[in-house]
Design a binder for this molecule. Structure first.
Ligand SMILES: [Zn+2]
Length: 108
C-alpha cells in the first residue's frame, strides 16, 4: 500500500500538518477546515470536505462521480485508498459517532 495510516486518538484536538504545522482542522475557527499546500484531502464517511486536484486525478472515480452514486452507499475510505498517488499519509479520526471517521490526507 502506498499510504501510511495514522489513527488520532483525540478527535476533538486540532489536526496539524506534519510538514508545516498548520492547523488543517482548527476548532477555533468558524471555518474549521483549513487545508495547507500539503493537504491532499479532507473527507468524512459522509462525504468530501476538501480535495486537491492532484489527488483527485489519481483516484478511480472523481468526487462528483462518487457523490452522484451515494444513494448506493459511500465507502470513502475505499475510494481514498484505491488512489494511485505514490506516497501519502492518512490521518484517521473518529467523528465521535460509532463507526464514522474523518480522513485527512497529506503528502508523504
Ligand atoms: Zn502543510
Amino acid at each position: 500500500m502506498p499510504f501510511q495510516l495514522i489513527t488520532l486518538e483525540n478527535y476533538q484536538e486540532n489536526v496539524t500538518c506534519p510538514h508545516c504545522q498548520h492547523a488543517v482542522i482548527d476548532w477555533n475557527e468558524e471555518q474549521y477546515i483549513q487545508p495547507c499546500e500539503h493537504t491532499l484531502f479532507i473527507a468524512m464517511d459522509l462525504g468530501f470536505e476538501y480535495i486537491a486536484d492532484e489527488f483527485e486525478s489519481t483516484m478511480q472515480r472523481s468526487v462528483d462521480e462518487i457523490h452522484a452514486h451515494d444513494d448506493q452507499g459511500l465507502n470513502i475510505y475505499s475510494e481514498l485508498t484505491h488512489s494511485e498517488y505514490p506516497n501519502y499519509l492518512i490521518y484517521k479520526a473518529s467523528l465521535g459517532i460509532e463507526g464514522y471517521f474523518r480522513y485527512i490526507g497529506f503528502t508523504q
